[in-house]
Design a binder for this molecule. Structure first.
Ligand SMILES: [Zn+2]
Length: 449
């Protein structure tokens, strides 16, 4: 069913602007040989046309519904009290009939006329089902859906016999009872579809413990899961519908509404808006596109936490296997957190300060979710590196600083591997622990290779 809005704004009925509390729907047929709705609309949309006004016309040539009054306006269609309670809709009639007196007509082309009448009947059924849903009406309840003819018999409409006279004379089996039954069938189908869609778009919400459990099921160890989650905490506060704040502001939209618009395909810029969204604040267009496609595939809301967790794992597996390996075998929260920050999330600010903050989030999560104290508190993960010593008498000390005793040995000239760096007195570049286990040397006297 196609509905086009074509409000009769010049008609005095529209100008009166009276509203009704919609209790029912009245079906009419125009009572003349004119299949084109636009002819009626043109004639009725005049200040001088004060005889009638209806809520819609159904075109006989293509079945299009033209809405000609707001649905809750009081129309002039029934010629009786039904105007105060019922929406009125006119079906256009075949052009090949000819009225010979009253409601009696002859027809030059019965098959064509039957096709036109069937077309308008079908659109009317769909329109009435939609209106029943809109106004919460029961199509089978007494007096809700009535014809002009039935309205007359009930004393709420003038003495017309439409539209049953049309169906009967064209030899169609349609009756108002069949019409009500058909509306009811379509209404039930529409309601079932709507509730199915609602179910599809239900949105799983996961709390911290649930996300942690999910990641553990996926093979991350406690430290890895916590390190990853510290980053998610920093990105989104662990809210799967979180939209980057700057877009909340510029679009003047809440996280909920943004999510709903994307789910209903009413927001077309999801992929291209460059706004971080979801647990990991996916931002880059190709990642947002993949996220959207994944949500559609899974039949979930874009803001579904479980779907996003699954997508996150898919990304790690397919595009960031080295990060995933670290998360499965992490030996500290900081190690896991840094891997996610530097290789996966890659925000603009990746400074030491940010690294520590995220690792702290992760360590707090580790405490709460794994129930253990973090082994290594926010210690940076240091990779070993090599240094070149060019002086023969560089002392090796027992600790990082001139305040620690000398071991009595020197490195000699050569290249040495450093496995840990600490600040300490007597060396602005810090102190490096030798891989050999011999002790610490002042890095101010060594050249990093
Ligand atoms: Zn009528």
């Amino acid at each position: 069913m196609v509905i086009k809005e074509s409000i009769l704004t010049n008609n005095p009925c529209y100008k009166q602007g009276r509203k009704i509390n919609v209790k029912g729907l009245m079906l009419h047929s125009v009572g003349c040989a004119q299949p084109s709705a636009s002819v009626f609309i043109k004639n009725w949309n005049k200040a001088s046309y004060d005889k009638a006004c209806v809520h819609g016309f159904i075109d006989g040539n293509d079945g299009t519904v033209y809405q000609t009054l707001p649905w809750d306006y009081r129309g002039w269609h029934a010629g009786g009290a039904a105007n105060n309670t019922h929406i009125g809709v006119e079906m256009c009639e075949p052009g090949c009939i000819k009225y010979t007196g009253g409601a009696t007509f002859i027809c030059s082309d019965i098959p064509t006329a039957q096709i036109v009448a069937t077309r308008t009947y079908t659109s009317a059924v769909e329109l009435f089902a939609m209106l029943c849903q809109m106004f919460n009406l029961d199509p089978l309840a007494d007096g809700v859906i009535i014809s002009h003819n039935e309205g007359h018999k009930r004393g709420v409409a003038s003495g017309h016999v439409d539209p049953e006279h049309l169906w009967r004379q064209l030899g169609l089996a349609y009756t108002m009872d069949s019409f009500r039954q058909d509306v009811n069938t379509i209404l039930n189908a529409n309601m079932a579809e709507a509730s199915k869609q609602e179910k599809n778009y239900s949105r799983a919400v996961m709390n911290e413990a649930e996300i942690f459990a999910f990641l553990r099921e996926q093979g991350l160890n406690d430290l890895g899961a916590a390190g990853l989650m510290g980053n998610l905490q920093a990105e989104s506060g662990l809210s799967a519908i979180n939209l980057q704040n700057s877009l909340n502001k510029s679009l003047n939209i809440s996280d909920e509404d943004y999510t709903m618009l994307v789910d209903n395909s009413n927001y077309k810029d999801f992929i291209t808006d460059k706004a971080g969204y979801g647990l990991a604040q996916w931002t880059y267009w190709s990642r947002k596109q993949a996220l959207l496609e994944f949500a559609i595939l899974k039949g979930t809301s874009i803001g579904d936490a479980r779907m996003q967790c699954e997508f996150l794992m898919k990304e790690l597996r397919e595009n960031y296997p080295a990060v995933l390996t670290i998360l499965k075998g992490a030996t500290s929260v900081r190690q896991a957190s840094d891997a996610v920050l530097l290789w996966f999330e890659r925000p603009k600010d990746q400074s030491e300060k940010v690294q520590i903050k995220r690792a702290q989030y992760g360590e707090a999560i580790y405490k709460r979710c794994a129930g253990k104290e973090p082994v290594q508190i926010i210690q940076p993960v240091q990779e070993s590196f090599r240094v070149k010593v060019s002086i023969p008498n560089l002392n090796i000390r027992k600790g990082p600083g001139t305040n620690f005793d000398r071991t009595g040995k020197c490195t000699g000239i050569g290249v040495f591997t450093i496995v840990e760096v600490k600040d300490g007195a007597g060396s602005a570049a810090g102190w490096g622990r030798l891989k050999s286990g011999a002790g610490w040397i002042a890095l101010s006297y060594a050249e990093r290779l």
